[in-house]
Design a protein around this ligand. Structure first.
Ligand code: PLP
Length: 821
């Protein structure tokens, strides 16, 4: 971004400056975790529904930030500059608004429910050779994301492409003021966030506010409601409307769409001329999005006929940055979807959040740029060097020439194949590896070498949805309520470290594990948030103490043994413990009759202090057991009162698990303990089930399809006999993967191309068979065991169990794959 003097910013945001107004500002931060290179950076303490940004000031300071925009003045540091404003978000937005006014260039503003990012990225792919484009990084389209995007605009740019996303009424006006688009683009309008609006019309009208001041507007004329609203609106009806659709009133009229083997050929009629172009995709969304792009080119007065070859070279936009387990305790992040500096920055950020002893970057020539090579690779090196990679591998003729700009141990190669020829897997260990390269370099070949247990059956974990689900639960809580996330049993079977890492990065207060060894693994992997061990085994107290885990104490026996261990280890500071009260579950905990003795004991035990007091509900997920829950709350309130008064302390008070958060919101106390809800399942509430997003998808592929004649049989014991001519598909997954054998004989169903196929015959150890007679499918097709459809809840129903058991039963040999959108 362009350099600002702090004094200018103070004036723009009408804030009060304490410090040096001459300080140059060249980078903006709002997330202290993303700070690597703090030079000339400014930190905005934004408050969202997550956490108050002021809490991260210390972290930002320690990472080298010395300039802050805050609501509450910072007292603890003297060597800093600060701007004090009423509202840091508004200040950021005002700055962006004023910044935008300095540019008199076409700016495309994109909104809609789906496809914003793809249209933005495709326009960039089509146009970057002829324009110097500034665009939103990634999917930055929120109230602060748009502001940060706009602030990237600089004097060299001659085109801006920015997304705007809203989820509530009255949000778009602000985004319009920031982006000030001159050309409006509306992608598909769906039902996302409809629940926050009166009706669809209100949602559409809100989106249209982005176009208050545009000269031209691109949209699909076949959306009748939208077209009507635009035509009836005094102001919008006067805008130059650039529409596409099948009807002859569309400016760009779709004439013919022909699916070919891997392409789609699209013919349109515009200005009485037929134009045919081709895209390397076949799905409806891609066809629509390519038409939006073509129509937008008309809006820019560009001759789209010159761009025919660019359309056929469009690349898929995979926004998921895949994080995969790799050999020798390593992980890889594979990002070869874009080849530009912006996406490199994002990849570096994701890498930096991985806690591995060693960090490696594999980087190819960068293709999408209009800088000179010297400038491009200088900027690349400036971006990369602050991350202090253990090793950097450069691939490609161009980037290799600039090897000396990179400060780590660098090796360079002409091609990926040349690299692979000398590559030895045993040299890779405990590493986080970022593979960042342009498509033609085929970095996936390296990924294949590095991935562990390549297997057609995988458990996919969508970490982005996990974060969204936590936000959904957080929205039910008071801002001050703490969150403990339960990652016991390998995070309900999906993978402790990866989940814990995301949770830590998203500011959860506590993690809960079942046994000490689980906590030890997390500590060894670098997790530093407080961890409570719910069921510390007697033999593991040393581990608890060595790894600074905090034990649940539920009886005198446990207290006694733990204190003995503390003395033995000569721990001089009081050690935090968590007192569990028995209030009705009759599992673990101190009973009322023991309170007096407990108080006496704790008073005489300076080796420990009570960090929290808690209990657990037996019936949180049962609508007809509210009375019992109330009985437990009463006993818990009473116990907490007696202990805290007698000991004159105020420990964290907590009780609710996931269903409890929804059912007993008024008993959230100081903290809640979130478990199954994170994974998108809510037994208690249909409402929550709709709001939550699926996190886990268990999938495999079809290995083989056989045609059976009437009377032929399938699998051991011939328990399935074809009653008609049937098609039977074999899947490479069986009871050794955690599919319960009782799901055979038609009881269980799996998803194939959106339809349900019954499991036929007996399930084998490593394979099972399904009936696909009525389903259009072929060998190699994907099969969903559970996830999108059937859902985890559907699958659970067939089994007569609970999702907790389903998730924790998936065998370890099933490869877990993690990704973040
Ligand atoms: C597992 C567990 C939770 C989380 O329960 P969910 O139903 O998965 O939300 C909460 N508290 C305790 C003590 C637990 O053991």
């Amino acid at each position: 971004m362009k350099s600002y003097k702090l004094q200018n910013i103070v004036e723009i945001v009408s804030g009060q400056l304490i410090g040096d107004g001459q300080t140059p500002i060249e980078q903006i931060f709002f997330d202290s975790r993303l700070i690597v290179h703090p030079i000339n950076g400014i930190f905005f303490a934004l408050s969202g529904n997550q956490k108050d940004g002021h809490t991260y000031i210390a972290d930002a300071y320690h990472k080298g930030i010395r300039t802050f925009v805050v609501q509450h003045p910072i007292q603890q540091y003297k060597d800093i500059n600060q701007i004090i404003v009423d509202n840091p978000l508004q200040a950021l937005q005002n700055w962006a608004r004023i910044h935008r006014q300095q540019f008199n260039i076409p700016v495309i503003g994109i909104t809609g429910s789906n496809g914003k990012t793809i249209v933005k990225e495709w326009l960039n792919q089509l146009l970057w050779k002829n324009f110097n484009i500034s665009r939103s990084p990634k999917s930055y389209n929120s109230q602060f994301g748009t502001a940060i995007s706009i602030l990237q605009l600089n004097q060299e740019n001659d085109l801006g492409i920015f997304e705007a996303g809203i989820s509530m009424p009255n949000e778009m006006e602000k985004l319009e003021e920031i982006i000030q688009p001159t050309i409006g683009v509306l992608t598909k309008i769906g039902n996302a966030h409809l629940e926050n609006f009166k009706d669809e019309e209100q949602l559409i009208r809100e989106k249209l506010k982005l176009f208050t001041n545009v000269d031209k507007l691109v949209y699909n004329i076949e959306n009748e409601q939208l077209h009507q609203i635009i035509s009836d609106d005094d102001h919008l009806s006067k805008i130059d409307k650039i529409t596409y659709g099948y009807t002859d009133s569309a400016l760009v009229q779709i004439k013919e769409i022909i699916q070919e083997e891997t392409n789609t050929k699209i013919s349109i009629l515009h200005n009485q001329e037929i134009f045919t172009f081709s895209i390397p995709f076949q799905d409806d969304a891609s066809i629509k999005n390519s038409l939006i792009c073509l129509t937008t080119l008309i809006g820019l007065n560009i001759d789209y006929k010159q761009y025919k070859s660019n359309f056929s070279a469009l690349l898929p936009i995979e926004m998921r940055l895949e994080i995969k387990e790799a050999i020798n305790n390593s992980i890889i992040i594979n990002d070869s979807f874009n080849s530009d500096l912006n996406s490199l920055k994002i990849g570096l950020n994701v890498l930096n959040q991985q806690k591995k002893a060693r960090k490696t970057l594999v980087l190819t020539d960068i293709l999408q740029s209009n800088l000179s090579d010297q400038e491009l690779y200088q900027q690349t090196a400036d971006l990369v060097n602050p991350y202090h990679f253990t090793e950097i591998v450069l691939i490609g003729d161009k980037i290799s020439n600039y090897k000396d700009l990179f400060q780590s141990y660098v090796r360079s190669y002409k091609s990926t194949d040349e690299f692979l020829e000398q590559f030895k897997t045993q040299n890779v260990y405990d590493e986080a590896i970022l593979l960042k390269g342009a498509r033609p370099f085929q970095l996936e070949k390296i990924a294949e070498e590095l991935e562990t247990r390549s297997h057609d059956t995988v458990l996919e974990i969508n970490l982005q949805n996990l974060i969204e689900n936590i936000k959904t639960y957080r929205s039910l809580l008071k801002p001050t309520t703490k969150i403990m996330c339960m990652v016991k049993a390998n995070s309900y079977g999906v993978g402790s470290f990866e989940v814990a890492n995301v949770l830590e990065n998203n500011g959860v207060d506590y993690l809960g594990v079942a046994i000490a060894d689980e906590g030890k693994e997390l500590r060894k992997a670098g997790i530093s948030v407080p961890i409570i061990v719910m069921n510390p085994e007697q033999s593991s107290y040393s581990t608890v103490i060595e790894y600074q885990l905090e034990p649940e104490i539920y009886s005198f026996r446990v207290l006694d043994l733990f204190v003995k261990k503390l003395k033995e280890k000569q721990i001089s500071r009081p050690y935090p413990i968590h007192i569990k009260l028995e209030t009705g579950m009759n599992r673990l905990g101190f009973h009322e009759s023991e309170y007096d003795h407990l108080i006496e004991t704790l008073k005489q035990t300076p080796q420990v202090y009570v960090q929290s007091i808690f209990t657990h509900l037996a019936t949180a997920d049962m609508q007809d057991e509210k009375e019992y829950a109330q009985y437990q709350f009463n006993r818990f309130d009473n116990g907490y009162k007696i202990l805290s008064e007698a000991l004159d302390v105020k420990p964290i008070k907590h009780c609710l698990n996931s269903p409890g958060i929804v059912a007993y919101n008024d008993h959230q106390y100081d903290m809640v303990r979130l478990g199954i809800g994170m994974y998108g399942y809510s037994e208690y509430s249909d409402f929550m089930n709709k709001k939550l997003k699926p996190v886990v998808q268990f999938k495999t592929i079809i290995s083989q399809i056989s045609e059976l004649k009437v009377g032929e049989t399938v699998s051991y014991g011939r328990r399935f006999k074809a009653e008609r001519n049937s098609r039977i598909a074999t899947l490479p997954v069986g009871y050794a993967d955690g599919i319960r054998r009782s799901l055979g004989y038609g009881k269980g169903k799996v998803g194939v191309n959106g339809k349900l196929a019954p499991i036929t015959g007996t399930i084998c150890m490593d394979m099972l068979m399904i009936d696909v007679t009525d389903i259009n499918c072929k060998e190699g097709d994907e099969v969903i065991i559970f996830g999108s459809y059937p859902t985890l809840a559907d699958y659970t129903k067939d089994l007569d169990t609970i999702p907790y058991e389903v998730l924790t039963s998936i065998a370890l040999r099933v490869n877990r794959v993690y990704y973040k959108e």
